[in-house]
Write a protein that binds this ligand. Structure first.
Ligand SMILES: Cc1cc2nc3c(=O)[nH]c(=O)nc-3n(C[C@H](O)[C@H](O)[C@H](O)COP(=O)(O)OP(=O)(O)OC[C@H]3O[C@@H](n4cnc5c(N)ncnc54)[C@H](O)[C@@H]3O)c2cc1C
Length: 413
């Protein structure tokens, strides 16, 4: 066996938003940590809306003060049915003050989030940073060695795979996946517009999926900005791919019923084919999967990174228990605790998003009726609406997030 160049407790593989957060949280919890992978911060019009549960996790990790200045708060979400269904489907509003919060969450540009987190990692003396791809893993009796593309080697007790949908670590660990596709492409872009968004997110439900505007903070001359995630058929995406920026902006303004007046593109657009993926298991020998290495689904209800932060919270908590009990952090007991805590959350989100998405795509009358009934019930019954809202922004089975820090009095959010 070739000797490793260094050894750590935990090697996080993948320096996307999830891997960066995982490395910071695990280092905060006292483990020796290395983070592997190149820094990629593409500006592709993508943002992430993070809900109150995620903000509490970020506050608890002392990461939020560095992120708040690049975030826009979301105080309400308006859902507007635009499917032309044969049954009436009422509009629905979820508002933060209904459940005693200042904000439901915050929206942050993806590339800015990744760069800020990478800066926090760079300033953290307890995280060893290797900006290289891991090419292979080799097991030995009491650990695992990551072999980098450069030939460098790092020994660890545990690998945390945060290396995205096509995770090499997942394949090397022999963990299979279930995959499916949707006849949809998401168009993402940042927009500057004429009228203010009043900190509200607006979601138009169409027959090809939701078309959602989410608030962004002002930038330079652009006082009123939002991000767009618009799900459409691959043919429509192809057509819009070729559009001149002004035509595309006018097309978007028309689709959102001119709600904010004139619009102009404030970034290049991005186009993302929609698919789902679920790893067969969350853990393997000395490996724990998190985030998009474990689950991928369309960006309905903005659940992706929110769920990933709960993966990280669950993993950090299981490994903290292992560390305190002087257990092996890469051992079966610690990994079993993580999987048992997080599998149900992942199952609910993956299935829930799938049903919600397919219910919009289907024009079968019974499906429309069920959707209409759900919207009617939630708009008429306050307790039901508040329960659904709480479950969306502060999921019930993550007690540690519910009890985690709220905003300090006087803070904006
Ligand atoms: C259109 C769209 C809108 C979205 N909106 C929201 C939203 O509003 N709210 C929300 O919560 N979520 C949202 N999401 C999901 C969110 O963007 C992702 O969860 C988030 O980007 C985090 O991804 P990740 O870190 O798991 O994976 P990635 O960003 O894919 O990062 C994986 C990293 O691993 C690295 N890597 C790969 N292989 C290796 C290797 N062998 N060695 C080392 N490194 C490796 C890659 O270079 C990459 O940097 C959205 C997604 C889409 C597509």
């Amino acid at each position: 066996m070739t000797r490793a160049d260094s050894a750590v407790d935990i090697l996080v593989v993948g320096a996307g938003a999830a891997g960066l957060c995982a490395a910071l949280a695990l280092a905060n919890s006292g483990h020796s940590v290395a983070l592997a992978g190149p820094l990629e911060a593409a500006s592709n019009g993508r943002t992430v809306a993070l809900f109150e549960g995620s903000l509490r996790f970020l506050r608890a990790q002392k990461l939020w003060p560095d992120l708040a200045s690049i975030a826009a708060k979301i105080v309400a979400i308006d859902l507007i049915d635009a499917t032309n269904a044969p049954v009436p489907i009422p509009s629905l509003t979820f508002a933060a003050d209904e459940i005693g919060l200042n904000a439901l969450g915050a929206n942050i540009e993806n590339d800015k989030l990744v760069l800020r987190l990478a800066d926090l990692v760079r300033r953290n003396p307890d995280i060893r940073r290797v900006e290289d791809l891991v090419a292979d893993i080799e097991y030995h009796t009491d650990g695992v060695t990551a072999v980098f593309a450069s030939g460098r080697r790092i020994d660890a007790k545990l690998i945390v795979a945060a290396d995205g949908q096509r995770s090499t670590m997942r394949k090397k660990a022999g963990i299979g996946t279930r995959r499916w596709t949707y006849p949809q492409v998401a168009l993402t872009v940042l927009l500057a517009h004429e009228r203010p968004h009043h900190d509200r997110s607006i979601e138009f439900h169409t027959r090809s999926g939701p078309c959602t505007l989410v608030p962004l903070p002002p930038r330079g001359e652009a006082q009123h900005r939002s991000s767009l995630v618009w799900l459409m058929s691959p043919q429509e995406a192809q057509r819009r791919h070729g559009l001149d920026a002004d035509y595309l902006a006018a097309d978007i303004a028309h689709e959102v019923e001119e709600i904010y007046g004139e619009m102009r593109l404030d970034s290049d657009p991005g186009f993302f084919p929609m698919a789902g993926m679920r790893a067969a298991r969350l853990t393997g020998r000395r490996i724990a999967l998190i985030a998009e290495a474990a689950h991928t689904f369309p960006p309905l209800a903005a659940q992706g990174l929110n769920l990933s932060l709960r993966d990280i919270a669950a993993l950090t908590s299981s490994l903290e228990t292992a560390r305190q009990a002087r257990e092996d952090v890469g051992g079966a007991a610690a990994l079993h605790r993580y999987a048992a805590a997080q599998e149900p959350d992942i199952d609910i989100r993956v299935r829930g998003i799938d049903v919600l998405n397919r219910s919009m795509l289907s024009d079968a009358l019974p499906v429309d009726m069920l959707r209409g009934l759900g919207f009617f019930a939630m708009s008429a019954l306050g307790p039901l609406r508040r329960a659904a809202l709480r479950e969306g922004v502060l999921p019930h089975h993550r007690r540690q997030l519910r009890s985690a820090p709220r905003p300090t009095p006087g803070a904006i959010f």
